[in-house]
Design a binder for this molecule. Structure first.
Ligand code: SAM
Length: 247
């Protein structure tokens, strides 16, 4: 039976502490006791750990671990998904699946065809998106939690300088596949792991002016094949393609 893995909120060189709701769950529901063992993620590193103390006090609950042996951490995929904001339930499903697939970060952006009420509500949903990523990371036994950026306008993100190879998924693209664009980025990075940004449009797709903006800022258009995918499907397919080349 694989040991459970917890992602600590606080840590130092010798101990790590879970706090709040997840500490309360561990203490009350899973009946955590000093001496019990688990894997604990602290600052992107994974440790075999032993419970040192349990404080059951509602949202002030705490479970403190002594860190014993450091374990091999599995790095995230060096991919940032730039996701045009779309129906929140589908987007949250995509964030959970992208986390399981190893995404390093998700950058929500407001595109021209992002529905107005979703654009207005996105700022209030980010903390929920971060909780979803945290929980999915624990479930997937990741050694880190993907970064969920604050939503910005697409044009702001596109114009922000980046060292990453920047790819925009475009269903009308017929020459370059995502696999081909990713392989070229890997070759160009020699022995390094290339950082990739992959942009996925909203339900209504990219507006022509956005396609021109991507092009003017050095983003490369790439296809996931001849069929039209929902944005959440495109997110999973894109990560699967990149993972098959990098892992
Ligand atoms: N314009 C699409 C249509 O005609 O229904 C709607 C956009 S699609 C639902 C959402 C996004 O997923 C697109 O903007 C694109 O980024 C990505 N996507 C979907 N299918 C794709 C494909 N075959 N190749 C590349 N990207 C795709």
């Amino acid at each position: 039976m694989t040991r459970r893995r917890w992602i600590a909120e606080h840590w130092d060189e010798a101990t790590a502490t879970l706090a709040g709701a997840q500490a309360e769950h561990l203490a009350r529901v899973l009946r955590a006791r000093p001496g019990m063992e688990a894997d604990v993620v602290a600052g992107g590193r994974v440790f075999h750990a032993q419970i040192a103390a349990v404080t059951l006090a509602g949202e002030k609950s705490e479970v403190r671990f002594n860190l014993t042996a450091e374990l091999l951490a599995d790095p995230a995929l060096p991919v940032t998904l730039v996701m045009a904001i779309y129906k929140f339930d589908r987007m949250e499903w995509a964030i959970e699946k992208a986390t399981e697939l190893g995404v390093a970060a998700v950058a929500p952006v407001v595109a021209r065809r992002t529905e107005k009420h979703l654009a207005q509500g996105a700022g209030k949903r980010v903390e929920r998106w971060r909780r979803i990523a945290h929980e999915a990371s624990q479930q997937a036994r990741r050694s880190d939690v993907p970064l969920i950026h604050d939503p910005v306008a697409l044009s702001t993100h596109v114009r922000t300088a980046s060292a990453a190879t920047r790819i925009v998924l475009a269903e009308q693209e017929r020459t370059t596949t995502l696999r081909h664009a990713a392989e070229e980025a890997i070759d160009a990075a020699n022995e390094e792991m290339p950082a990739l940004e992959i942009a996925i449009g909203p339900e209504g797709g990219w507006a022509p002016a956005e396609e021109a903006l991507f092009d003017a800022n050095g983003w490369r258009a790439a296809s996931l094949g001849p069929r039209i995918l929902r944005a959440e499907t495109a997110a999973i397919a894109a990560l699967a393609v990149v993972a098959s080349l990098l892992e």
